[in-house]
Design a protein around this ligand. Structure first.
Ligand code: GH3
Ligand code: MG
Ligand code: MG
Length: 536
């Protein structure tokens, strides 16, 4: 039994065109190939700009029939290769090249050349249309015009192109562009008058009779894909080259058949110049490129930045620590000042009795003495000594002596009532009282009060045979006009008066005679009048 003949192998030709148009124009070619190549059945598959690329990538077709712009994109991306170039039939003659024509109304005196179109409105097919816009764009660019920005309006109206011609003619748009031979075709059909139009940037090319504003580019190519077998491609090429120019098949596609492939470099050039299609990023380094080329430098920069960041963080930490330390230091300083103040206060007080000590006494006396000298006010000093204290100590014991001294001190302290009065322990069982602004009489009264108050404490002095109480003797002296800046004289005078009190039998007050000469005759100045020195 003979094997059944294998079914004809299906060969797909992808065409960039509307369904009806592609079938009408190219089905006869598919039929012609099917007839010419037994064992194969050729079919036409229509695609648009968006679908043709992915279809090639998925190997959905064996051959591709598309415009030059689309072709170079497929060539660049998917390795499609041209086998033939169409011999396009225009006004009865075949042409393998074409271009675009840019035109305005002949009556527009203001538009003579391409540069006059700046600020004017313009109409074209589509932003990506090869003959319908890109060819013109390249010429505009050569003339320093950016069609995407320099026109007052850029209108894309799609295919067919005839409405663009009418829009210019009817003054609805300042200028437009279409594929070459469109104007001549419309004029032949009697739909326009060529004399109504002015061709901008007119180009003369030998053997090319149509109005032209751009460079010429090769016509549509017929291509194979990467997967098309060589033998099949070879057979198809031979069959298509053999297609008679006047045949029904050729005429259906508006062509005079096919010729050997042209050079499509000019199309690549155009896309590169405009940086569109596959050359969108042409000349622009991608991030990956930069990374590949400069990774060492980038790594170095990254390292430096990292180091800087670490350094900054370190400095910030140091700063923060410094601030904390400063804060702590301020706190310590504050505490120290506080302690110093306390210490200072303590250093002015007598440890046993809690009243001012000798040092404080001396400071206050100096200050008050200077004040009295300057302002001529009174200043009196009492020197007080506990009577027979040694005997008290000897009989009652030292601790009791201390206690006695504390009581005497508190008693004296309680009787010096003015703010600037000072009661101090002069040393041992001796006390000194500074009475600023108080004259001798006032001071004598204070002295007497103090004496009486101590006696009234009624602290028995067991050391005395008569068992008398603890008493004090007081010497009073007043500061006079002293030539030498010395307070020792008033102390000496008070001491002398005290000695006299002792001599007079103790427990009494003695006032120094006028051996310290008075500055003024007036006595107690009281608290009014002249402002006193600061309190001690
Ligand atoms: P007079 O009446 O002449 O002043 O006799 P007196 O005994 O008070 O004088 P004297 O100067 O001979 O003795 C003073 C005594 O005071 C000697 C000392 O034991 C005592 N004394 C001095 N300072 C202190 C003290 O801080 N505590 C005690 N308990 N006694 C003290
Ligand atoms: Mg004494
Ligand atoms: Mg004494």
């Amino acid at each position: 039994m003979l094997p059944l003949p294998a079914a004809d192998k299906l060969i797909k030709i992808g065409v960039l065109a509307h369904r009806e148009e592609s079938l009408r124009m190219w089905s006869p070619t598919a039929e012609y190939l099917t007839r010419a190549m037994p064992g194969y059945r050729f079919v036409i598959e229509p695609y648009d700009n968006a679908t043709i690329g992915p279809a090639v990538e998925r190997s959905e077709m064996d051959f591709v029939l598309t415009n030059p712009g689309s072709y170079i994109e497929l060539e660049t991306k998917y390795g499609v290769t041209r086998m033939l170039t169409l011999r396009n039939l225009r006004q009865g003659k075949p042409y393998t090249v074409f271009g675009a024509v840019i035109f305005t109304l002949a009556t527009r005196a203001d538009i003579q050349r391409l540069t006059d179109l700046k600020g004017k409105s313009f109409m074209a097919v589509d932003k990506n249309a090869f003959g319908g816009f890109l060819m013109g764009w390249r010429e505009f660019q050569d003339h320093g015009i950016d069609p995407l920005h320099d026109f007052s309006e850029l209108k894309f109206v799609g295919l067919p192109q005839d409405p663009i011609v009418f829009a210019v003619r009817d003054g609805k748009i300042d200028a437009g562009m279409v594929r070459t031979d469109t104007l001549e075709r419309m004029a032949m059909d009697g739909r326009i008058d060529l004399a109504d139009f002015r061709i901008l940037n007119p180009q003369r090319m030998a053997g090319f009779p149509f109005a032209l504003s751009t460079r010429l580019y090769p016509e549509w190519p017929f291509s194979r894909t990467r997967n098309t077998p060589d033998e099949l491609a070879q057979k198809v090429a031979i069959a298509l080259l053999a297609l008679p120019s006047g045949s029904r098949t050729a005429k259906a596609s508006n062509s005079a058949g096919w010729t050997v492939p042209l050079d499509y470099t000019s199309v690549h050039e155009l896309y590169k110049t405009l940086r569109v299609g596959p050359y969108q990023d042409y000349g622009r380094a991608s991030f990956a490129d930069i990374l590949r080329q400069y990774w060492r430098w980038l790594a170095l920069i990254a390292l430096l930045i990292a180091l800087m960041l670490v350094n900054t963080a370190y400095i910030l930490t140091l700063n923060r620590n410094l601030k904390q330390s400063q804060k702590r230091l301020t706190e310590i300083t504050r505490q120290l000042e506080h302690s110093n103040q306390r210490l200072e206060k303590l250093s002015l007080l007598d440890g046993l009795t809690g009243i001012a000590n000798h040092r404080h006494f001396q400071e206050v006396l100096d200050k008050e003495w200077r004040w009295a000298q300057r302002h001529g006010t009174a200043l009196t000093l009492l020197m007080i000594d506990v009577d027979f204290f040694k005997k008290f100590n000897d009989s009652a014991g030292h601790p009791a002596g201390d206690e006695c001294l504390r009581k005497v001190a508190q008693t004296l302290y309680g009787l010096a009532r003015r703010p600037r009065d000072l009661v101090a322990r002069y040393g041992g069982e001796e006390f000194a009282v500074v009475l600023p602004g108080t004259d001798k009489q006032g001071a004598a009264a204070v002295a007497e009060r103090m004496r009486a108050a101590v006696e009234n404490l009624a602290i028995a002095n067991e050391g005395l045979p008569e068992k008398k109480c603890i008493t004090v003797s007081v010497g009073v002296a007043r500061a006079g006009k002293l030539r030498h800046a010395a307070t020792t004289e008033i102390v000496a005078a008070a001491d002398k008066a005290l000695y006299e009190a002792k001599e007079a039998g103790r427990n009494c007050v003695r006032i120094a005679p006028n051996d310290l000469k008075d500055i003024h005759s007036h006595g107690d100045v009281g608290d009014g009048g002249i402002a006193p020195p600061p309190l001690h």
